[in-house]
Design a binder for this molecule. Structure first.
Ligand code: MLT
Length: 402
């Protein structure tokens, strides 16, 4: 009889955002006409910007002509995009990353989920608690529940920043600005992690999907702003939240050439080579038209439009923050991130708060406990809805007697 990967049976029955979607669908079908406001999954609502749309149209036309049609592209991404990324996201900020070190992909969810393919099964892996569920779920899919998985508790007392582990850790996932708590790490804090990783031969998997939301100078947009981080970190970036690509799908992962590890026989191996091998075997590249759209984000018009988009959502975040602070609620995030992390009032648990907010205010959010046990009693709201709906949601919450 064939066997299945039984690790899948150890997972929660469904992915967090699927569970929420099912609950909301059920509510909608029994409350016909309810004007729901969705501040749950971090999905953007503004349309793609004109620079991106024009680039898409041009690329579609190229695909329609015999002379300019493109079939399979390079699995690592087209040079025209990788060069722009290296130049604008890194070199112009004084970071020495070359186009060859960049792997274009279809989303950070895929890459943060797939990176485990090139790592050994015996690593002690640390994730924060609460955490973006993809890191945890993909670990369980690969290894199963294991005492080699450490949860680093993040709470109001430690400012939602994990403490450097005192026990052995080989791999750690860090995400800043953080999903779900919206908190950020200063460069000084991040340097502690880089120094720790270098001293302990550990690997940092750094998810910087929300870097465009960083407003303060003393916060890093890239882990490579920290000296020697190229020797210990892989960074994941996305066009979803800065340029509205959640439906178009494009991201990239930086695997520096300087990132090396010794095998059990003492041979020095580059992770860049392994990831390249993995991608060229299992991935056939991001669509040409999508890569042309991502390239347009780096034009001067594209950069301006991206800043406007981020500014729009940050204004929404401020509306939510101001409204909830006025209501007297305790909250975190929303200043360098599109997520507001609030303490459920009256010591309500996360799912009770979810159900009541949905039933009594017709607002959808995300229960903190869905991101891990340390998220119990907390709740996440996103700033990604329209200005009008966000303002309306804040008014409803302000009037709510809960
Ligand atoms: C979230 O709501 O946490 C994000 O939208 C998830 C994602 O980007 O995959």
């Amino acid at each position: 009889m064939f066997q299945i990967n039984e690790n899948y049976l150890q997972l929660n029955q469904s992915y967090l955002f699927s569970t929420i979607a099912t609950k909301v669908e059920k509510f909608s079908s029994s409350h016909f006409g309810a004007d729901l406001i969705r501040l749950g999954i971090g999905d953007v609502t503004l349309p793609l910007s004109p620079a991106v749309i024009n680039a898409l149209h041009r690329a579609v036309d190229e695909m329609a002509a015999k002379e300019t049609f493109r079939g399979y592209g390079p699995e690592q991404g087209y040079g025209f995009l990788r060069e722009k990324i290296a130049e604008i996201d890194f070199r112009q900020r004084g970071i020495d990353i070359s186009a060859d070190e960049i792997f274009v992909s279809d989303g950070s969810k895929s890459d943060t989920g797939n990176i485990g393919d090139i790592l050994g099964d015996d690593n002690v892996v640390a994730i924060t608690n609460p955490v973006y569920p993809v890191y945890l779920d993909t670990y369980i899919m690969r290894i199963g529940k294991s005492d080699k998985l450490l949860l680093l508790s993040c709470n109001a007392e430690n400012g939602f920043l994990p403490e450097i582990p005192s026990e052995r850790v080989d791999v750690i996932y860090l995400c800043y600005p953080n999903n779900p708590t919206g908190t950020v790490m200063t460069k000084t804090e991040l340097k502690k992690w880089v120094d720790w990783a270098l001293e302990n031969d550990a690997l940092i998997l750094y998810d910087a999907a929300y870097e465009a939301y960083v407003q303060d100078e003393d916060m890093a947009k890239s882990i490579y702003e920290i000296e020697n981080a190229q020797q210990c970190a892989i960074e994941f970036r996305s066009y979803s939240k800065n340029a509205g690509f959640t439906g178009l799908r494009c991201s990239y992962t930086v695997v520096p050439e300087a990132l090396k590890v010794r095998t059990q026989n003492g041979e020095q191996v580059s992770l860049h080579g392994l990831w390249n091998r993995r991608q060229s075997t299992k991935f056939n590249g991001t669509a040409y038209v999508v890569q042309r759209a991502a390239e347009a984000v780096y034009s001067s018009q594209g950069q301006l439009e991206m800043r406007e988009m981020v500014g729009y959502y940050m204004h929404n975040a401020k509306l939510i923050r101001d409204g909830l602070i006025e209501k007297g609620w305790t909250l975190f995030g929303g200043e360098n991130a599109p997520y507001i992390w609030l303490k459920c009032p009256g010591d309500m648990d996360s799912w009770t708060f979810f159900d009541r907010l949905l039933a009594e205010c017709h607002i959808v959010g995300t229960p903190g406990v869905g991101f891990g046990s340390a998220g119990e009693g907390y709740f996440r709201l996103t700033a990604f809805n329209s200005r009008e709906k966000t303002a309306e949601a804040v008014e409803r919450i302000k009037k709510w007697e809960c």
